[in-house]
Design a protein around this ligand. Structure first.
Ligand SMILES: [Cu+2]
Length: 459
């Protein structure tokens, strides 16, 4: 090394140190989002290019480049999240929303994330699934001191492997996650990857659960399993945007579960393969076709398929209680019970008393029953043929031949070709079942013969 090069090298080293100190003093301006609309994908303005994801009813956090680092600024803070039109919940989140913004980087990126704590208690951020130095893992008390209220900490690591990740507190975790603190993280591959296909549409959302008593606005954080609000990205049907794609697109849907139970996510009209988990891409020999995938607590799954069937296809959790709005679960089953006389008597004492469900609960879908302020209807969502009788973890995959590449706008309801909708058969009406239907009442008259495996007979 000659003298000139030596001094040039030394000058560069000094400059880098100086920039680093300056950057610590001057944090990136935090970006806040107040809208619950699905933001347009954030096409990277610098750094290595990639095909950005679409965060359902969410957004991607902008960054700045600083001396080779991608710098982000997360602000942990109380937020008000509108979970569906007119239904607002006091949550904790990041940068104005729950969930926090999606962080998107490229494999190999050096990442610096400032975290400012505006909560009333301490917090940390755990980068779920990442390979990183142990001290950057975000476990309060174990790998770092907690971030006190009012303070800013910085995390630095290299995004070493591509895939689907999330972030959440590892401090007073039960409370902070029950309040909505979570966010998505996607690391795109830096070049063509043998197990990561290019896709035309790439969606992501987190599964959430909240316990918000009808008429109130703050989640009950001590609830363990009996939640009453089941959400995609802290939104509930009909407040969840639809996934709008062009026929023939290869579609990837990334889902992470930070609730207290598992969710079998089910897609109508198509089969998908799980191409990746939070542990990385799935080897091709380990993929199989399915139409539901169970996403267990703390897991992430990437579903991929070719959207080759036009229509409005349901995409939902298959636990039937998770596609309902707020309801009590101790309600007795009244199917087949004639309780009208009793109800009249109770109404004299309790004027608001409602009779529910002697023929099932479908009536609730269209019923305009009085509900407390700031409460979602239990089963709702008008479709072109009536009420969808859904709530919670439910939305639609809309596949259209004329959806333009890159266009994520809702194309409206599907126009079914003539003769392709299930229809009534004229003249074949039968009377509905009643509570005195003979089929429910004949067991006492039946003389059953039971043949035991041994061959002995009992009457
Ligand atoms: Cu579920």
């Amino acid at each position: 090394m000659n003298r000139r090069n030596f001094f040039a090298g030394a000058a560069t080293a000094v400059a880098a140190t100086t920039v680093s100190r300056v950057s610590m003093a001057a944090l990136p301006e935090p970006v806040t989002q107040s809208s619950t609309a699905t933001a347009a994908p954030l096409v990277p303005p610098n750094g290595r290019p990639y095909n950005p994801v679409v965060t359902l009813n969410g957004w991607t956090l902008p960054w700045r480049m600083n001396a080779g680092f991608k710098e982000f600024h997360l602000v942990a803070e109380p937020v008000v999240r509108e979970m569906a039109p007119g239904f607002k919940v006091n949550m904790w989140g990041y940068n104005g929303q729950s969930p926090g913004p999606t962080i998107e980087v490229v494999e190999g990126d050096r990442v610096r994330i400032y975290v400012t704590n505006k909560l009333p208690e301490h917090t940390t951020v755990h980068w779920h699934g990442q390979r990183l130095p142990n001290g950057m893992d975000g476990v309060g008390g174990i790998t770092q001191p907690h971030i006190p209220p009012g303070k800013t900490f910085v995390y630095e690591f290299t995004a070493r492997r591509p895939g689907t990740f999330m972030y959440h507190p590892h401090a007073d975790e039960m409370v902070q996650m029950a309040m909505g603190m979570m966010g998505f993280w996607v690391t795109h591959p830096k070049e063509n990857h043998p197990l990561i296909e290019p896709v035309q549409r790439d969606f992501c959302f987190l599964l959430g659960s909240f316990d918000v008593e009808p008429g109130s606005a703050t989640p009950k954080v001590n609830t363990m399993t009996d939640f009453n609000i089941w959400s995609f990205n802290s939104r509930v049907f009909p407040g969840i945007d639809t996934l709008n794609v062009r026929r023939g697109d290869r579609v990837r849907i990334r889902v992470g579960n930070l609730t207290m139970t598992n969710h079998p996510i089910h897609i109508h009209g198509h089969e998908f393969e799980v191409t990746g988990t939070d542990g990385g891409p799935v080897p091709r020999t380990a993929r199989w076709p399915e139409v539901s995938v169970d996403v267990a607590v703390g897991q992430m799954r990437q579903m991929e398929f070719i959207a080759d069937e036009e229509g409005d296809w349901s995409l939902h959790c298959h636990k039937a209680h998770h596609t309902m709005g707020p309801m009590g679960h101790e309600v007795p089953t009244m199917i087949g019970v004639d309780h009208k006389g009793v109800a009249e008597k109770i109404k004299k004492l309790v004027p608001d008393y409602m009779v529910m469900g002697d023929k099932g609960m479908a009536d609730m879908g269209g019923m305009e029953m009085p509900i407390p302020d700031n409460t979602m209807p239990m089963m709702t969502g008008a479709g072109p043929f009536g009420s969808a009788e859904m709530g919670g973890m439910f939305t639609l995959l809309k596949v259209r031949r004329d959806q333009k590449p890159g266009d994520y706008k809702d194309p409206g309801w599907f126009k079914h070709p003539a003769g392709t909708v299930a229809r009534e058969v004229p003249g074949a009406a039968v009377p509905p079942a009643t509570r005195n239907a003979p089929s429910q009442n004949n067991s006492s008259n039946t003389d059953a013969t039971v043949r035991k495996p041994s061959g002995a007979r009992n009457h």
